[in-house]
Design a protein around this ligand. Structure first.
Ligand SMILES: NC(=O)c1ccc[n+]([C@@H]2O[C@H](COP(=O)([O-])OP(=O)(O)OC[C@H]3O[C@@H](n4cnc5c(N)ncnc54)[C@H](OP(=O)(O)O)[C@@H]3O)[C@@H](O)[C@H]2O)c1
Length: 175
């Protein structure tokens, strides 16, 4: 079962200067809790932004000689990465960034999306092409947290969307 997880601001921002546009520890803790023990699929820039990357992390890059930390494998395309992650037998989470969500969403059964209900400056947007409005909203809870850069409290909606008929991964080998 393949899922994606992202947090997005009201103005669609996902990222800023290779990190998140906001500083909300509770939101980061939710992400860490949700993906704990899973096989992770991520883009090369998201990988580079993380201090700690768990084993069974699959990193998308077209650079065959990309040096990676122990427990990580480079994958040349999204289908190979998802096949390899599924082969671990673990829950699979696609954790971004934007280019990886754009390539992976057709294969995802669930999309965990935290909507942070304020605008933030940034340089990376959640791809508008992901048709979440057509997916079912199967879980939602809200909480207010302090955003530490602005000093303002923000409302966060922790949503889970379900796609009725995710695309089946094409049968193929992976590297
Ligand atoms: N808010 C959130 O939930 C969230 C989650 C994750 C990331 N982010 C933020 O998003 C930003 C990074 O996102 P991004 O979209 O710029 O970068 P990214 O998706 O993390 O990485 C992009 C790189 O991945 C590789 N890649 C992408 N698509 C590929 C494909 N189809 N096949 C093979 N390789 C592929 C390429 O690497 P090569 O150049 O090596 O070929 C590309 O340069 C950061 O600011 C990060 O903090 C936010």
């Amino acid at each position: 079962m393949i899922a994606a997880i992202a947090a997005v601001a009201a103005n669609g921002m996902l990222g800023r200067e290779q990190w998140l546009p906001w500083d909300i520890p509770e939101e980061l803790a939710y992400f860490e809790r949700t993906v704990a023990g899973a096989a992770l699929v991520m883009g090369r820039l998201t990988y580079a932004s993380m201090d700690v990357v768990p084993e069974d992390s699959f990193v998308l890059s077209r650079a065959a000689d990309l040096p990676l930390r122990a427990g990580c494998r480079r994958m040349p395309d999204i289908e190979s990465a998802l096949h390899a992650a599924c082969a671990t037998g673990k829950q699979v989470f696609v954790i971004g960034g934007a280019s990886i969500y754009a390539a992976a969403w057709p294969y995802c059964r669930y999309f965990y999306l935290t909507r942070i209900e304020a605008d933030f400056a940034g340089d990376t947007l959640l791809p508008a092409a992901i048709p979440l409005a057509d997916w079912g909203l199967v879980q939602e809870r809200q909480a207010r947290y302090l955003e530490r850069i602005s000093g303002q409290s923000v409302n966060c909606r922790f949503q889970v969307y379900e796609q009725g008929n995710p695309r089946v991964l094409p049968r193929r080998g992976y590297g």
